[in-house]
Ligand binder design. Structure first.
Ligand code: NZQ
Ligand code: ZN
Length: 384
């Protein structure tokens, strides 16, 4: 196991009553709030009105920034930064999923910075930021408690993760599984895939002596497989929605990666697909993860056989771990298809001729196996 230090100050407020404290919690960090939200879902459901009412009742002056798109764009973040500077905003409230939260994180860093906020996505570490509170509406990205933000610069179609630190984690996150009942099945499925991918990026590691976190990873993936199938049958199954919400946070708050080195090649390759085609993040992972697994599994067949056995109940066959590993990958793909996800790049509208540029932009990825540009292109081709 590698050495580590871990710090996470996001306060998690979980359950059916969680939303009632959003005003009071926000007020403890500031009295001039910018509330960020997405396209329409949170307005349609009445959630935005409830959040704003709670803020006003707690004595918080409210400003709004809506229309955050999936695969969020820097242009909107710049508008948010402008509002913050002009109106002397001192706290941000993100109501939505990863796209809204990441926009809030970028606005929060940019509001107290004199340069271009894109700098935070090209190597500059932010020194401070405005405090953020979250009302989560989709279990997926884990941004509600993660130390990352992922943004897209439209001009050159670059989707990049920030060079952030622990301090960009939200100060509090309100997690009410009932707020996810309105999710369309496709978004629920994309979210489940992203949660599993966050675990697997850490699971496939070269670090030895990581049994505790191996088993945490395996347990989370098993729970997400079971719960995601349940919610697709009954969309308002509270307990299944609650499992997904908790899993989404645990998968990406750093806990399951303690003492190990993650890979993250599938995420990096997936970001290039989203940058090109605007595909949903989880959908890109359903395409890239199985292809990546097929490309690299021979590097550590035993680890893939363990995954197959402990997560997808493939019979333990020490005399044929290669077949175990392949059967695990097949069962993972079958599960993705059961969720309604495609595992083919062509279904994202991405054809063979786009691969050289995507591989060039991605350039280098992975630590379980380090992939160079040519290897990345090969993995994309496997996904066609
Ligand atoms: O815009 P609205 O109308 O709200 O619709 C959204 C959006 O279309 C909809 N939605 C969300 N909650 C809903 C709902 N629809 C009905 N009912 C609800 N309760 O879902 C769609 C997707 O929303 P989005 O926020 O984009 O989803 P997600 O949470 O999957 O976030 C994806 C973004 O997060 C980044 C991804 O790359 C992508 O840009 N990630 C961020 C990470 C981080 N900050 O730590 C890590 C991840 O690996 C990921 O890269
Ligand atoms: Zn992800």
């Amino acid at each position: 196991m590698d050495d580590f230090t871990y710090r996470n100050e996001t306060e998690l407020i979980f359950g059916k009553q969680a939303l009632s404290c959003v005003g009071e919690k926000t007020r403890s960090y500031g009295d001039r709030a910018l509330v960020l939200y997405g396209g329409a879902s949170a307005i349609r459901s009445g959630l935005i009105s409830r959040v704003i009412l709670s803020l006003k009742q707690s004595g918080v002056e409210v400003f709004e920034l809506g229309n955050v798109e999936p695969n969020p764009k820097m242009s909107l973040a710049y508008r948010g930064i402008e509002i913050c500077k002009r109106e002397k905003i001192n706290v941000l409230v993100a109501v939505g999923g990863g796209s809204v939260i990441d926009t809030a994180k970028t606005v929060g860093m940019g509001a107290v910075y004199d340069g271009d906020a894109w700098d935070f996505f090209t190597g500059t570490q932010a020194a401070s930021m405005l405090p953020i509170g979250v009302v989560l509406t989709i279990p997926a990205a884990g941004s509600e408690s993660s130390a990352d933000a992922v943004m897209t610069r439209e001009e050159d179609k670059l989707k990049r993760a920030s060079c952030a630190g622990d301090f960009i984690r939200p100060r509090f996150s309100i997690l009410n599984p009932e707020l996810t009942y309105t999710l369309p099945p496709y978004q629920t499925a994309c979210g489940a895939v992203d949660i599993i991918a966050h675990v697997l990026e850490r699971y496939f590691t070269t670090v030895r002596g990581v049994d505790v976190t191996d088993r945490l990873c395996e347990g989370i993936v098993r729970s997400v497989v079971a719960a995601s199938k349940r919610v697709l049958i009954q969309h308002d199954d509270y307990n299944a929605r609650a499992e997904l919400m908790l899993a989404g946070t645990l998968a990406h708050n750093g806990i399951v990666g303690l003492g190990r080195r993650g890979d993250w090649a599938s995420h990096a390759m997936g970001h290039e697909i989203s940058a090109l085609s605007n595909a949903a993040h989880g959908a890109t992972l359903a395409v890239m993860f199985p292809a990546w697994m097929k490309y690299v599994y021979q590097t550590d067949i035993r680890r893939f056989a363990q995954f197959a056995n402990r997560v997808f109940d493939v019979q333990y066959m020490p005399w044929d771990e290669n077949e175990m590993a392949l059967e695990g990958i097949r069962r993972f793909e079958t599960f993705l298809h059961q969720l309604g996800m495609s595992t083919k790049l062509l279904d994202m509208g991405v054809k063979e001729d786009a691969i050289p540029l995507m591989a060039k932009k991605c350039h280098q990825a992975g630590s379980f196996v380090s992939l160079d540009e040519a290897a990345i292109a090969d993995v994309y081709r496997l996904a066609l």
